[in-house]
Design a protein around this ligand. Structure first.
Ligand code: TMP
Length: 208
């Protein structure tokens, strides 16, 4: 099973993926936690280009192409081989992020993104957990984290976008969830990490 975690900045995906992976391992289920961008050696290099605040601009379509390049390599090198071995794959972001960030928030045509993704054979995940949070709260959490960890420069390109941008991202994720209720489950991301994880655990128990 291929499960993706999505949400705006600061929604707590990374922590919840780590907890989910530990929980599944405890249950004796073989699983792999990975992420986009940056799930392969090539992807780690792309991540620096995509998330750094290095003073250069990137055209919205260039962003799409780089995220798809990262995803294609990730699928071929990591995701598909793991699924073929029967391993449960948990990915911190995937295709819905391109739909929400580059499609809805940057304004690239969603139909064109789908066309190109189809040419590349980008498969849909089996299940998606959407960690939902108000944009103000998520952005505040993410900016504080970047300041405390000293990653504002190397990882802060999207956190530097304004509230309207992040509000569009959140709205797009919620629309995707309404369009694909069989695949995407909305999990409120407010509350303590324990409270959020107990909501996720319920879903994992149902699916696996
Ligand atoms: P994160 O791994 O810390 O969540 O950062 C990844 C950033 O990249 C986040 O701001 C969202 C952005 N992103 C896109 O814009 N499009 C994509 O397809 C993906 C995977 C991520």
């Amino acid at each position: 099973m291929f499960i993706t975690f999505e949400g705006i900045e600061g929604s707590g995906k990374s922590l919840q993926i780590a907890r989910s992976a530990a929980y599944l391992k405890e249950k004796g289920i073989d699983c792999l936690g990975t992420r986009e961008p940056g799930g392969t050696g090539f992807g780690i290099e792309l991540r620096k280009i995509l998330l750094g605040t290095n003073g250069y601009s990137i055209e919205p379509w260039c962003e799409v192409l780089l995220y798809l390049a990262d995803r294609y390599q990730h699928l071929k090198e990591v995701i598909e081989p793991a699924l073929a071995r029967g391993v449960v794959v948990l990915s911190d972001r995937y295709q819905d992020a391109t739909r929400a960030y580059q499609g809805a928030a940057r304004g690239v045509s969603g139909a064109e993104i789908e066309k190109l993704s189809q040419v590349l054979g980008i498969r849909e995940p089996d299940r998606t957990i959407l960690l939902d949070l108000a944009a103000e709260e998520g952005l505040g959490r993410a900016r504080t984290r970047n300041l405390l960890s000293g990653t504002a420069e190397s990882e802060g390109r999207f956190e530097a976008e304004d509230l309207a941008f992040h509000t569009r991202v959140r709205g797009a994720y919620l629309e995707l969830a309404a369009l694909h209720p069989e695949r995407i489950s909305i999990v409120p991301a407010s509350g303590t990490p324990d409270e959020v994880f107990s909501r996720i655990r319920g879903l994992l128990d149902q699916w696996l």
